[in-house]
Write a protein that binds this ligand. Structure first.
Ligand code: ZN
Length: 453
C-alpha cells in the first residue's frame, strides 16, 4: 500500500514511512470523561478507527493507544454539581464511552491508558524537565518555561508574540513568562490529589498525554492524532514537554488532525450547548452503522455539517450496499476487486472516494455478469470491514429487530398473493408500508426490508 497522509507539522500530504514497518505506533487524544459523547466527539473516534483498520490491513502489528482523561477540573465540577463520587462518575462515563463507540463499530484500541494510572510517570517527567532547566516550581505549581524551548509552537505556528498577547490577559503572578503553562498544580483537601515532591497536587492536561505516550508507546511514535482544535495549545505543549524530556527526540513523525463537526455552521461543543449526543441519535432508532457512515461522508480534514439530510443519505447508501449483497452467501474469500477502495483510503483517508467506489461495486453487483458476482461481493465485504461496516450480516441489517406481528403480516400477504387475492395483498402491503416495511416482488419471490428513512 502506498499510504499517504497529511502531516499537520509540514502541512503537506506525505508518503507514510514508519519508524519500524513491523510495529506501527499511534496515539490519539481521548475523551475527558464526565459526560456521554456528542457527535463531535464521535468523529475522531471513527476517523482514527478507519486509520487503525487500514494500518492493520497492511502492517503485521499496530499498537494504538487512546487515553481517558479521568482527572480534570470539569470532572470535579460535574461530580460536585451532581453530588457524585469522582470515581463513580469516571467509571460510568468510560463504560458509556465504550458502549457508544462500539455501537458505531469502533474497535477497542490496543491500550486505553488512564491519566490517574500514569501519575508516577508524570512526576518523573516533570522532575526531568526541572533538571534540564525547562521547568520550575512556583507556589505549589510546576510550570513549563516556554522561552527555554525556542521551537515551541511549531505545530500550530502560533508566534511567540501571539502567545504572549493571549497570556497577557491575566497572567498568574508566579509565572516567569506569560505563556508558561502548568504541569502540576496544588489540590485542596477536597480535590483529588497525589503526594509528590511538589506537595499534594494534580497534573495539568498536557503532561498527562506526554507521560502516557512515553509509558505506553515510547519516545517517538509514528502517528499522533486528535481534533484540529487540539493543535493549539494542547499538542504544542505535548511536543515541548516530550521533546525537552527526551533530549530532542521528535514526539511524533506524523501529526493527523480531524476537522470539526458543525451544526448550523457552528462547531458542535458542550460549551456552546449546540450538541446532540450519539445516544440521542441511537435512541431515535438510527443504527450505529448509519451514524458511522454519515461521519465518514466528508473528508476527515474538512468540516462536516451534521444535518438530517446527511443522515438520510447515509441510511440510503448503507441500505443499498446491504440490499446488493442480500442474496449472496458470505462464504467466499477473494481479493483484488477491492483495490480501488483501498487506494482511496491510502490517499490521505479519502473516505468520500472510498464510499463512491463502494457504490460502483454495488452497482456492478446488481448489473454485472453473474459469474463475477461472488468475487465482487467478497471484495465489497472485505473493503466494508476496513471502513468498519459489517456487510456479512445483511439479513440482520435489513430485517433485524422486526416484531412478530410484521412477520405474520408478510406471511399473510404471501398467502393472499398465492390465492390471487390481490385486493387483500395490496391492503397488507400498505399496512406494512405504514409500519416502515418495504416489500419487493421479484421473479424469484417477495423480499422485504426495513425502511430506514
Ligand atoms: Zn493529548
Amino acid at each position: 500500500m502506498n499510504l499517504r497522509l497529511h502531516n499537520s507539522m509540514t502541512q503537506t500530504v506525505e508518503p507514510f514511512v514508519p519508524q519500524d514497518p513491523h510495529r506501527i505506533t499511534m496515539y490519539v487524544c481521548g475523551p475527558t470523561v464526565y459526560d456521554t459523547p456528542h457527535l463531535g466527539n464521535a468523529r475522531p473516534a471513527v476517523v482514527f478507527d478507519v486509520l487503525f483498520r487500514l494500518l492493520q490491513h497492511h502492517y503485521p502489528q499496530v499498537v494504538y493507544a487512546r487515553n481517558f482523561t479521568d482527572v480534570d477540573d470539569k470532572i470535579m465540577e460535574r461530580a460536585r454539581a451532581d453530588g457524585d463520587r469522582i470515581s463513580d462518575l469516571t467509571e460510568r462515563t468510560i463504560q458509556d464511552y465504550h458502549e457508544v463507540t462500539e455501537a458505531l463499530g469502533v474497535l477497542r484500541p490496543t491500550h486505553e491508558p488512564r491519566a490517574t494510572g500514569a501519575i508516577d510517570r508524570m512526576l518523573d517527567m516533570i522532575s526531568r524537565l526541572i533538571d534540564r532547566g525547562h521547568a520550575y516550581e512556583a507556589e505549589g505549581h510546576v510550570l513549563f518555561h516556554v522561552p527555554s524551548y525556542p521551537a515551541h509552537g511549531l505545530l500550530s505556528r502560533h508566534l511567540q508574540e501571539d502567545l504572549e498577547a493571549g497570556a497577557r490577559v491575566d497572567p498568574a503572578a508566579y509565572k516567569r513568562h506569560p505563556s508558561d503553562f502548568v504541569m502540576w498544580k496544588p489540590s485542596t483537601v477536597d480535590q483529588p490529589g497525589w503526594d509528590g515532591p511538589y506537595g499534594r497536587g494534580r497534573p495539568g492536561w498536557h503532561i498527562e498525554c506526554s507521560a502516557m505516550i512515553e509509558a505506553v508507546l515510547g519516545y517517538t511514535i509514528d502517528i499522533h492524532g486528535g481534533g484540529a482544535d487540539l493543535r493549539f495549545p494542547h499538542h504544542d505543549c505535548e511536543i515541548s514537554q516530550s521533546q525537552c524530556a527526551h533530549d530532542g527526540d521528535p514526539l511524533a513523525r506524523y501529526w493527523i488532525h480531524n476537522g470539526m463537526l458543525l451544526i448550523d455552521g457552528e462547531k458542535m461543543a458542550k460549551s456552546a450547548g449546540n450538541f446532540t449526543t450519539v445516544r440521542d441519535v441511537l435512541n431515535q432508532g438510527v443504527p450505529g452503522a448509519v451514524i458511522r457512515l454519515a461521519l465518514l461522508m466528508a473528508h476527515y480534514r474538512s468540516p462536516l455539517d451534521w444535518t438530517q439530510q446527511l443522515l438520510r443519505e447515509a441510511a440510503t447508501t448503507l441500505q443499498g450496499w446491504h440490499r446488493a449483497l442480500d442474496d449472496i452467501a458470505a462464504n467466499q474469500v477473494t481479493k483484488g476487486h477491492h483495490a480501488p477502495v483501498l487506494e482511496a483510503l491510502a490517499s490521505d483517508l479519502n473516505t468520500p472516494l472510498a464510499i463512491a467506489e463502494m457504490h460502483w461495486l454495488a452497482r456492478d453487483l446488481m448489473t454485472g455478469n453473474p459469474k463475477d458476482r461472488v468475487a465482487i461481493a467478497a471484495a465489497m465485504r472485505e473493503a466494508g470491514s476496513i471502513l468498519g461496516f459489517d456487510l456479512y450480516n445483511n439479513d440482520q441489517f435489513l430485517r433485524g429487530h422486526v416484531d412478530e406481528e410484521v412477520r405474520a403480516l408478510i406471511v399473510q400477504r404471501t398467502d393472499a398473493r398465492k390465492e390471487g387475492n390481490f385486493a387483500e395483498s395490496d391492503r397488507i402491503r400498505d399496512a406494512l408500508r405504514a409500519k416502515g416495511v418495504v416489500l419487493e416482488d421479484t421473479p424469484n419471490g417477495t423480499t422485504w426490508y426495513k425502511d430506514l428513512k
